[in-house]
Design a protein around this ligand. Sequence first.
Ligand code: GLN
Length: 520
Amino acid sequence: MLSGPSPNVTRELTESPDEALYKLFLEPGQTELPAKRVTERFRAAGILSDDPRAKEIFERLEAEKHAGSSLSLGGFIELFALNPSLFRRVAEDSLAIPDWDELCRSIGKIFHETAKVTEGKVAAYIPELARVPASKFGLSVCSVDGQRMRFGDAKDLFSIQSISKTVSYCLASEELGAESVHTHIGREPSGDSFNAITLDSRQRPHNPMINAGAIVSCSLIKSGQSASERFAHVFDTWRRLTAGGDVSFNNTVFLSERDSADRNFALAYFLRENAAFPKNTGISATLDFYFQCCSVEMTCDSMAIAAATLANGGVNPLTNERVFSIDTVKNCLSLMHSCGMYDFSGEFAFLIGVPAKSGVGGGIMVVVPEVLGCCVWSPPLDEHGNSVRGIEFCKSLMSKYSFHNFDIVSGAEGEKTDPTRRKVSVGNARIVDLCWAAAKGDTKEIQRLVASGAKINGADYDGRTALHIAASEGQAASVQYILQNGGNRDAKDRWGNTPLDDAKRSGNRGVVEFFENIQG
Ligand code: GLN
């Protein structure tokens, strides 16, 4: 017998959205919300206490925690008002990576495994780099929604060296436009080492990710301004890319770079001889600027935010500030993908399949477009000048997650995990597709879905399988296909009905007979 809604249901229906959100933060059985619980939920979602979007929220929660109190609904609403969209997304687990905690655990394991690798040699061409302990190892990850994690020495400053080439290229492009930049610099991997004295057939450096190209990028940035203005421009850009994170300048590195720069001087004269610079380019001013860009220091933490800004199409996820245009980012990522890892770039694109840029300081900036940015730092280098542990880490990460550019072709059969997917949604989406195909009698589509991994006996919320639906709709060919390919004729929906019951109820005699024939 139908009765009116129970008092409980009535209350649910009249519940305010704030109240509903408040409840999303409660543990089962809890009626009051401890301040600590909100802090934990934010942290588990990857929102850290130095996040500019959540700083005030964390400060207030800290104060409440010390007062030992639970948050009243009113207090919660005030807190919520500080950043409603972030609050909502944390409560609903709808940030870019829904299960951040799980990703942290699994990346943490990979990090600790990679720590066992001890090969490689720390760069020794200047004493300042040679002094960095080989045991240093840091990793930070930042999603396109600003969810962050860090491991090991992620808060130590390291020399960014060639990673600076990304920003120099972006700045030159923003200022002059890509077309004009590429009249001076090519877009082709050189296949040579990063400091090779070589130009392409049009007398341009092969690409902006090697020394020759980066020296030309530097010559193009704010060429009419003073040295201090030009460097301030680069430095300020890194600060914006990192949401004001750790960025500094190491003067000792700069001075020793300049003192041991025969190769870079040779390159610059070679560039001038071949008219590769814009007119009136001063060699020593340009090289100084280039060395200064290489002598910037950052932490894995700050570099990961910069990488996430690139992954996010140029908008910093922590500040929402657009730092570079979409076109600039797209061009930079393309070049990082084909040329970012020196003469290991082709191998890296093949094995790892994402844009990255390394530096001889041992850092690697990795960008997984639309998902996350990460920075791994370990000083010992391989013969190409790439961090040995950095490369190992990338390999392990890509073997577990479907981040490789072309993992897309493995579709549902792929064994890798896509951390951006909500766990329930993947299978469900396929069941819905299968049920629709069954309803329409589109046997080819059923075949395709099954071939790409859909479970033929997958059931929807009501326990209805594709066979139930094909039977109800009188789709004989689909019923036949499903039955011949492992469809379960005894599957019961939530009302206890089997596909045959449905066929009978639909009054489609052909399908009923068909069931009976196959059964017989
Ligand atoms: N400062 C270094 C150089 O110009 C940077 C090279 C690098 O990181 N690969 O030689």
